[in-house]
Ligand binder design. Sequence first.
Ligand SMILES: Nc1ncnc2c1ncn2[C@@H]1O[C@H](COP(=O)(O)OP(=O)(O)O)[C@@H](O)[C@H]1O
Ligand SMILES: [Mg+2]
Length: 297
Amino acid sequence: MIALERLHKTYPARGGARHAAVTALDDVSLHVQPGEIFGVIGRSGAGKSTLIRTVNLLERPDQGVVRVGGVDLTALSPRELQQQRQRIGMVFQHFNLLQSRTVAGNVRYPMQLAGGRTAAEMDRRVDELLTLVGLAHLKDRHPSQLSGGQKQRVGIARALANEPHVLLCDEATSALDPETTEQILSLLADVSARLKLTVLLITHEMHVIHSLCDRVAVMEQGRIVEQGRVLDVFLDPQHATTRSLLAHAGFLLDEGAATVPGRPICRSRPWARRPSRRCSTACASSTASVSICWKAA
Ligand SMILES: Nc1ncnc2c1ncn2[C@@H]1O[C@H](COP(=O)(O)OP(=O)(O)O)[C@@H](O)[C@H]1O
Ligand SMILES: [Mg+2]
């Protein structure tokens, strides 16, 4: 569904010639299958946002091909690109809501831009989407009257307005507290399964990958240094960066710590009261060397 082939992107030096140009993408190739939730993880500055922004060409690569649904976006006219972009929803870390519009007005906005729907059709779709994200009762509020989690629900509803087949999430939960993060992650999982979306998700948090993704790629200095099924990568990380990210998030524990009896142990999701879908899958075939072990509970 998403095919990125050999992408390169260099930003010119900021602040004059004394500063070096930054290579944000260095020969990056990535393939996301239809219906898959694919995570990209890496430290700040690794190139994650640049990568996800190439998928709808908000960032144009210097070299390489971007194909979504079989269409080479780099070869399209501006008008054709605009049409293709409507089928690619995007969710942002800081929500990017229009403060002057109500919740309903924000969700309606991309439909107005796209055209082709009557006012009544847009109203119906807004109601449908707000019900989907659990915000029907707040449709007349303004963003300033919402909590962070509610704002992100609006962001998700807005991203789905034009019935995209691809959803891009750039640090969608990074501005939220742990409990709200859990709720938004489970909403994303639910919505993407129901609507059969293909999701590319960027995060610097390992537990987000763990909760939601089928496969993961690890980025470091503009390159993908490791990728594979989440379970495989978590159980047997190959690259030092992956190991360090896992260790930092508490996913690499010694056996003793992971199997203390009598309480649920998941250092990465200590706030969660039950294992996630991914959690139980992982447990079924994991060894106790990974903290995704709820068996002791
Ligand atoms: N518009 C820009 N101009 C110059 N440099 C940029 C720009 N956007 C990003 N960069 C640089 O490119 C690198 C990758 O950035 P980014 O893709 O935002 O990484 P991440 O999302 O992983 O934190 C960083 O060194 C960043 O400073
Ligand atoms: Mg970023």
